[in-house]
Design a protein around this ligand. Sequence first.
Ligand code: SAH
Length: 345
Amino acid sequence: MTPAWSILPDEWKPILADRGLRPFRADQILQALYRDYIQSWDEATTLPKDLRETLKQEFPLTPCRELAVSASADGTKKLLLGYADGNSVETVLIPARERFTQCISTQVGCAMGCAFCASGSRGVVRSLTTDEIVAEYLAGRRHGEITNIVVMGMGEPFNNYDETIRALKLVNAGRGPNLGARHITISTCGVVPGFARLAAEGIQFELSVSLHAPTDELRSRLMPVNRRWPLDELLAACAAYTKATKRIITFEYTVIAGVNDSRAMAEELARQVRRVPMAKVNLIPLSPVEHRPDFKTPDDATMLMFLDVLMKRGVQTMLRRSRGKDANAACGQLRLHNLNSKKEP
Ligand code: SAH
């Protein structure tokens, strides 16, 4: 048994042939999957009944269930999605002028334990499989045509590299959903081996790196991953990535009041970032999280001071608003849910 949503479009023909099925059916199967967006093989009425039965047995469709929707006043929607084993993740849909961005989770929980992030506050349960990540995208798609994906939900994508990249390749595939690679952004907290692997893929996905502190001392306190791969190693991996791919890296810097928001920190951040050619910085004010009431959102003046220091030192910088706070759908607010009371069959 191979879940249908784990098979890349170009793999269907040989896979069908291997199973003694007729390869010319691949085109009809792909149309059913990624033009009609069927949720069950019974909906694939262009296919003969006996083939539908075979597909059900051999290549099951594995949709997730939409367990809850929370809507924010700014139009952001958060979906709670349940999988067959009772685990669940959150995905966020963010409308903006001409865009409809989906923020995707790659793991149930997160192992990285960043101090300011709710996703890691209770550890990781397991990684999502390719078909589960694709099912997550398809669940989002039912709320509107997705124009952009950011892999910035729960989990560390480079800790689930193979399944995540495969799912993104599927969503990107011309004969699949056909979402442009440049409209797909992967974000990592700095799992260094992932950089060279991604560069070697030769696909034009965008890459973001969660930095959040310009010194090892502070970064190791906020982000345990820094003890394994400190700033020198991380920034060297980033520089190698931009050199190999000629693609920009965006550093995410969540500003936390009184923690990483001093002028000296901004100056040090500029110095560090300039070690990486073609780097940009996104400044994001902290979203409040329950487990760390001591971490506060900075005021606008602090954000502007940071912006000013970076710009004056020639670093391309953007101020980002975090959307969906009133639905707990903002950056860092996605978290594990205990669904034991309503386990899936
Ligand atoms: N593990 C990956 C993917 C998650 S991306 C990564 O760390 O990049 C989620 C982004 O939101 C990361 O940049 C993360 O550091 C940031 N974030 C986490 N908690 C936050 C908070 N409380 N406020 C604002 N941003 C936060």
